[in-house]
Design a protein. Sequence first.
Lengths: 117, 111
Amino acid sequence: EAGVTQFPSHSVIEKGQTVTLRCDPISGHDNLYWYRRVMGKEIKFLLHFVKESKQDESGMPNNRFLAERTGGTYSTLKVQPAELEDSGVYFCASSLIPSGRGRHEQFFGPGTRLTVL
Amino acid sequence: LAKTTQPISMDSYEGQEVNITCSHNNIATNDYITWYQQFPSQGPRFIIQGYKTKVTNEVASLFIPADRKSSTLSLPRVSLSDTAVYYCLVGLSGGSYIPTFGRGTSLIVHP
């Protein structure tokens, strides 16, 4: 069974440009999460989708970030316009059941390393 | 959510047993304790989860004392491939659980 995949693996853009990250969760996983780790910092939660609905987006840093999950399958995270402080690794994770009920194992993708110059 | 404290780094040698302890003094009644492992350039990977006493799977054991204010991840007979960062997470509340990753413990296994 394929795991969580993310595209691209690396992205280097200039400040002010737009970047879109994609995450394909494990098939059948209704729950999808985005996280990011800024250089030297901890992994931080960004938001949680249940199917196509945003369950929790309390971790989104500002309105330059837009996450979508049309159709409840893959998700995209767009950063527009990108700033220097957005550099970091963006992880996507999925789970069969929502974390908070029973075993909350999340399956993480390899991450997208974003560098904003 | 409960805050966790773990050692920043640990060193070990192949074949040894490694125990990583995590403190979570403010753990709530409904909170579970979960450990993740992360290799460089990869996302975190679930290792083990427990609520109380002892849990064992094919990878590790998790020891949780009665007061649940700490937990110990035990890796038996580590190998070089166990070199990774290990995160202790605590929390399981209501509908939306937001995993809080601390700094983790960087384990280096030497030959």
